[in-house]
Design a protein. Structure first.
Length: 423
């Protein structure tokens, strides 16, 4: 199917989350009851890190009070319990992604570590001098810098998919980048700076026609939509727990088993070996081969609880409700004179980047903070995106399913206040 057709066919579903459901959901998040600068907190920085519901907090407390031990190492009660809960979390992630097998799920510290793992384990083994790696102009630094490090080490070349003024990747330019030297595509599923949702399924299919494996950076997709790595047919998929109601310090790399099996381990140490002598080490099977040392056990179990929580609400309900929020925010902010929305792709998720004429984004963030409103200002670890739009930084409001239209109204009032102060 042509990529343009896929983009047109995306979305449009209505949310089944009514006001009562949202009120109930908000009650699950203790932090949303905070006062900041003497005002009720309006948390619109979810793309950086989302908040944690009581159900996940309770799971962490239960683990620490009743289940904690090191895993995979002992036969005592606590070790066996912690091991089985840790491995159950891996199965929850498997189902969350619709991966074929749980051994295709590797726990990492986050998206960044997952991408670095692929760069070391796959890139260093299979990408060489003169080979080409395709990235997009929308990438977060986490999906740029590791590939630049590899390119520098190996003498490989980075090629970049450009975008139009709406922040959509240019499909014809993408397809023209492929040559006999193309060895890898690393692409964000959803842009953290602009919210653009890339037509990744069609892009993966095109890369595969050229025999090129694909890593998708799903950091901004995993919290916002139903995922199916078998349907996407990507070779690797990375995301972070802390952006989807889980804790920091945990992330996931999904990889197709046959690729993970032929990759070199990323780190050496305990648990990733079958046997060690001073002459030779035999590595463990996947996923253990990539999980050297004591993993973030509590965080993985808490991620499992976060997946359960999101699953109870329903990722399709979440996606539809967040689209309503994004549409409402876009309509209200676009109507403000002197405000430019940056990133106007036809298909977007949960992110509204903007600039206010004559005001530095950091001043916008500071004044909004005095109203209790948390947004992100800066380059969002996506400096090439800022360069593309000729801005040093943007103000970014990013939404989660616990946000409301009333909070967006407060954001709009806050923007008006900023404009008054600078008029
Ligand atoms: C698209 C994208 N990729 C990668 C990352 C890095 O995630 P982490 O810092 O959790 O490793 C982020 C974080 O904002 C992101 O938005």
């Amino acid at each position: 199917m042509k990529i343009e057709t896929v983009v047109k066919e995306m979305n449009g579903a209505r949310s089944s989350l009514d006001q009562t459901s949202i009120d109930k959901i908000r009650g699950d998040f203790p932090i949303l009851g905070l006062q900041v600068s003497g005002k009720p907190l309006v948390y619109l920085d979810n793309a950086a890190s989302s908040q944690m519901p009581q159900q996940v907090i309770d799971r962490i407390v239960r683990y620490q009070k009743e289940e904690h031990s090191n895993i995979h190492r002992a036969v005592h009660y606590l070790s066996e319990l912690a091991t089985s809960e840790f491995e159950a979390a891996r199965v929850k992630v498997q189902h969350f992604l619709n991966a074929k097998e749980s051994r295709e799920i590797i726990f990492t510290r986050g998206t960044t570590e997952a991408i670095n793992l692929v760069m070391h384990g796959y890139g260093r083994a299979f990408i060489g001098k003169g080979d080409e790696i395709i990235l997009s102009g929308l990438e977060h630094h986490a999906n740029i810098v590791p590939w630049q490090m590899l390119a520098e080490e190996k003498g490989a070349v980075i090629r970049v998919i450009p975008m139009n003024d709406a922040g959509e990747l240019l499909v014809d330019k993408y397809e023209a980048l492929f040559t006999a030297k193309t060895k890898f595509l690393a692409l964000t599923h959803v842009s953290n700076a602009l919210g653009t949702v890339n037509p990744v399924k069609a892009m993966v299919a095109f890369a595969h026609k050229h025999g090129v494996p694909v890593l998708l950076d799903g950091a901004q997709a995993a919290p916002h939509q139903v995922l199916d790595v078998q349907d996407l047919n990507c070779d690797f998929y990375a995301f972070s727990g802390h952006k989807m109601c889980g804790p920091t310090g945990i992330g996931v790399l999904y990889g197709k088993a046959h690729l993970l099996e032929k990759m070199q381990p990323y780190q050496g140490g305990g648990d990733m070996i079958l046997s060690v002598t001073f002459e030779k080490t035999i590595y463990n099977v996947i996923p253990s081969k990539f999980e050297a040392g004591t993993p973030p056990i509590m965080a993985a179990i808490a991620l499992g609880a976060a997946i359960d929580y999101l699953g109870r609400i329903g990722l399709d309900n979440i996606a539809a409700y967040e689209h309503e929020l994004l549409d409402y925010a876009t309509m209200r902010v676009a109507a403000l004179p002197g405000v430019r929305i940056i990133g106007t792709a036809a298909k977007k998720a949960a992110v509204l980047s903007f600039e206010i004429k004559g005001v530095h984004p950091h001043d916008v963030g500071t004044i909004l903070n005095s109203e209790g409103i948390a947004i992100r200002t800066g380059h969002h670890c996506a400096q090439p995106v800022m360069q593309r739009f000729c801005v040093p930084a943007t103000a970014r409001a990013s939404f989660a399913f616990y946000n409301t239209k009333q909070e967006i109204d407060k954001l709009v009032d806050g923007i008006r206040k900023v404009q008054e102060m600078f008029s």
